[in-house]
Structures are given as C-alpha cells and as structure tokens.
Ligand binder design. Structure first.
Ligand code: HPA
Length: 287
C-alpha cells in the first residue's frame, strides 16, 4: 500500500458525489463554524445532516464526543453548507487532511467560504467578545515547512504556486464593516492579522510577545490552512475571529487561557455571531 501526501482529485470527487446524490440543493456558500459557534448552523432551514464518518474519505474523528457533521440547507434563502466541527492539526491529522472539506465544498459547487474561529486577542485594543475580521494571516506553520498544499499538485484544483496576497476578499471586508455599522456594533468589530499555531497548548508569554512584534492581532489553531486551500481552488474568502480571551503578554498577569472560557464566550455571543453571519450571507447573495 503506497502512502501519498494529499487526496487524489478522484477521491474527493467521490466525497462530493456522495453528498450531491443526497441533497437537492447546490450550496453556494460554505461556512465553517468555529469553537463555541456551532449554533450558526442552527439557523439553517430544510436541514440535511451528514456526520463526517458517513461521508467517503472524510477523516475519521479520533476525539470522543467531538461533534463533526455537515449541515446543508438554506440560510437567508441561499443554499449553504456548514461544517459543524472542523479538523485541527493538534488532533493528529496532517494539514492536507484538516483542509480537505474545503476542496469537497469546491466540488459540490461552493464559490464563497466564510470561516470562523475562536482566537486569543493580541492587539491590546481588542476585548473579549470582540470580532476581528481577518484581513490577512501569517502562516507560521508554513514558515516551519508545513503546508496543506504539500504533495503532488492537481491543476484541476489550482496552480502549483498560488499567490496569497489577496487571500481575504476586500469587498467582503467592506461589507462586514457596513454590516457592523448597521448592527450598531462597529465598536467591537475590527480588522486584523490572524495566525495559526499547531497547538494544542496555548502560547507562552515569549511566543506571544514575538507574534505581537511581527504584527499579529489574533492567534488561534485553525483557519489558515483552510483559507490557503480555498484560495488555491479560487473560492472567495471571508473569515473572522471571535476574541475569546486576551493573550497574556506580561509575566505578572495572573490569568491563564483555558478552553472552557473559549467555548463560553462563543455561547454568550451566539446571537450577535448568528446575525452577523446571516447578514453576510444576505449580502453575498446580492453580489
Ligand atoms: N491561543 C490559541 N488559540 C486560541 C486562543 C489562544 O489564546 N484562544 C482561542 N483559541
């Protein structure tokens, strides 16, 4: 049995085919629900749900009690497909496996990706519960030679050497800012630079100080590899972070990051996040 880096195009077509045979809609927007933000998918009507383990070639979840399913249906009248639960590098999957659902989205007809995540706020202006629309990222794992596009390139997805200078669509960032104004939440909606580390541990003070120095505003453990994969296959990307904790950059600070807090902030902000995402979807419909 020959091992291979990356899925073949044909394998991912089988995943897409399985879904297309079972859903009457062609989703236009793919939505990845971040930690504590799974309830974005609760707004979807005419829901059709597929646990990841039922979809051919989807990575098998090793984490017990971890929700993982695709939710198809309509949001604001637009056909969408949501990932409730995503694959993280710290679970033991290589990045190309973590990001594979994005290619499946592409193959079922998705053209827009909305990726959400929980993140620690490094920008001192950010408060817990704020939203940071991602205007750019630093692919830290890429610096260390780890990238979801490693392995043979299939030109049917995209080019061997894709540009990444327009990763986050500027029109959608403007739309997001306008929606924040309409919702009266401009004071808590920012733009900034996101980075993904492998995790699962949270960062040391020295690591966070370094990230701040290089211009990072929020730090998490996801999204970057999904966005790289999405841009490779030419999806238009909008991403935002919910700031669930302030990063500790002083040794005197008594606080410590913890997962319970991350999930709690997601739940406490669920209505704002749901409305923000719904309005984004509605605006994308107009584009
Ligand atoms: N660091 C990394 N990932 C995170 C954090 C953090 O502080 N908060 C939520 N996800």
């Amino acid at each position: 049995h020959r091992s291979r880096v990356g899925y073949t195009f044909e394998a991912l077509q089988e995943s897409a085919q399985y879904l297309l045979e079972r859903v009457p809609i062609k989703p236009k927007i793919g939505i990845i629900c971040g930690s504590g933000m799974g309830n974005i998918a609760d707004l979807v009507t005419n829901r059709l749900i597929f646990p990841y383990e039922d979809v051919p070639h989807f990575p098998v979840s090793t984490v017990h009690g971890h929700v993982g399913q695709l939710v198809f249906g309509y949001l604001e009248g637009i056909p969408v497909m949501c990932m409730q639960g995503r694959f993280h590098y710290y679970e033991g999957y290589p990045l190309w496996k973590c990001a594979m659902p994005v290619r499946v989205m592409k193959l079922v007809g998705v053209t827009y990706l909305i990726a959400t995540n929980a993140a620690g706020g490094l920008n001192p202006k950010f408060k817990v519960g704020d939203i940071m629309m991602v205007k750019d990222h630093v692919n830290m794992m890429g610096f260390a030679g780890n990238n979801p596009l490693q392995g043979p390139n299939d030109d049917r997805f995209g080019p061997r050497f894709p540009p990444m200078s327009k990763a986050y669509n500027t029109k959608l960032l403007d739309v997001g800012a306008k929606i924040a104004e309409e919702m009266g939440i401009s004071d808590i909606v920012h733009q900034g630079v996101y980075t993904c580390l492998g995790g699962p541990n949270y960062e040391t003070v020295a690591e966070l100080r370094m990230l701040r120095m290089i211009g990072v505003d929020a730090v998490g453990m996801s999204t970057v590899h999904e966005v790289i994969t999405a841009r490779h296959c030419d999806l238009t990307v909008f991403a935002f972070s919910l700031i669930t904790n302030q990063c500790i950059v002083d040794y005197e600070d008594l606080g410590e990051a913890n997962h319970a807090e991350v999930v709690d902030v997601g739940l406490s902000k669920q209505f704002v996040i749901q409305e923000f995402v719904s309005r984004m979807v509605l605006q994308i419909k107009e584009i």
